[in-house]
Write a protein that binds this ligand. Sequence first.
Ligand SMILES: Cc1cc2nc3c(=O)[nH]c(=O)nc-3n(C[C@H](O)[C@H](O)[C@H](O)COP(=O)(O)OP(=O)(O)OC[C@H]3O[C@@H](n4cnc5c(N)ncnc54)[C@H](O)[C@@H]3O)c2cc1C
Length: 433
Amino acid sequence: MNVQLADLLLAANQTYPGSVFCLFFFTDELGLEEELLPVPYDHPSANKRYIYFNDGMYRLPSTVRDSMQAMEPFKSSFAWKVVREFFRKPEYHEDESIHSFVSRRFGDDLARYLINPMCRGIYAGDSAKLSVKSCFSFLPEYEQKYGSVAKGMLRAKSQPPTGRLAKNFKQYKWSMYSFQRGLGQLVDRMEEVLSEDDDRLHIYKNKPCTKLEFKGDKVQVHSGDEKFEVDHVISTCLSKYLASMLPPEHSELSSHLNSIPAVTVAVINLEYEGDELIPVYAFGHLVPSMEESTKIMGVIYDSMLFNEHNSKIWKGGTTRVTVMMGGAWYEEHFGDPDQANKQEMVDYSVDQLAWQLGFQDRKPFRAECHIQKECIPQYLVGHSQKLDALDSYIEHHRLPLTLSGASYRGVALNDVILQSKIQVEKLIGKLSR
Ligand SMILES: Cc1cc2nc3c(=O)[nH]c(=O)nc-3n(C[C@H](O)[C@H](O)[C@H](O)COP(=O)(O)OP(=O)(O)OC[C@H]3O[C@@H](n4cnc5c(N)ncnc54)[C@H](O)[C@@H]3O)c2cc1C
């Protein structure tokens, strides 16, 4: 995994979201700088994205020059869409889908060919169901505050970066990053640092929490037959899993938690002998949901960006790609995730790439399929009301419980880290009062 998908739209906003800087600050603190693999903005593949549609690859506009011309399949240039949006009257909606917002402000073709595949890339979700308020809050905020998104982009102040790495991110125009051994290194290093610093800290592994009991201002945490008492619980697992741990007297809280769905994604990693098999320089391609010829949602051209992670066994190099399928369409396309036929999924991906990327009859020497069950929470229209209901329940019942993690206020890694920081600072503030 590398970090960039979720920042696509936010980066377009040029305000450099605090969440990116938070992650870099974090990397600095953990002493992971040497391990960082940044991809500069001017890397030939960094900012080029394609959509696969009608059996063809269409490059998405990525430069100022591109945005001046009408590139297929868009009916008009990006610049023209932005100018029109600038003068469009603002409307107030309590919440609406991302598709509805973008087609209302920028036109239906942008919503169909850019935003729809992008939402599949970021959320593995359906832009016609996802909430614009919860997924891309700056869009409706700019409409309300400045009268249009375009005006907002011109007038909104960028956040100054904090920390040396974050400054580099901005100064050297890094467009995305990973670590030498992948993003798992972040968690491994965090464990090392935390264990070094404080012998009061206990990290329990492979001990799933099965039940939480609230007793006065304490919480009893159960894991099977074992239990221990704590002052406060910060839950970062999927909201639905937390719901299953709560006692019957908090069934109302469980039902709010259960109302946030999550989708399953099939992730297929393929590696082929020979480098430069992919016919274009790009980050990858995405497929809009109306394309019926394929079940693939998107393909990342991993070896173009992070060839450090390639296998070293072939002299002529290798080509690595990650195929993603399923998401909001998982059950419709593949049925029950517990009954998944992984070999069929690998074979299907190989066949599709033969066609989509011109790999013809090449076969990968490495193929892995992982069914990531309920891995990406879906912020559907009305998500913010669910969050309000959760917060007020916890507040009203004075539960020593903090909700963090991807189910609530951001599904990307950067967002999850920033939100955790915010939640922990709030908690420390509360406890020290
Ligand atoms: C296929 C895919 C691709 C992605 N690509 C990107 C990307 O390119 N860039 C990006 O920024 N983000 C990406 N993400 C999102 C990223 O993975 C999430 O932002 C991040 O993992 C969320 O962190 P989290 O801690 O909230 O949840 P998780 O990482 O899911 O961690 C939750 C943890 O809770 C544990 N848990 C569950 N139940 C219990 C229990 N009962 N007791 C104890 N522990 C429990 C789980 O084992 C898990 O370790 C991707 C996600 C997927 C699925």
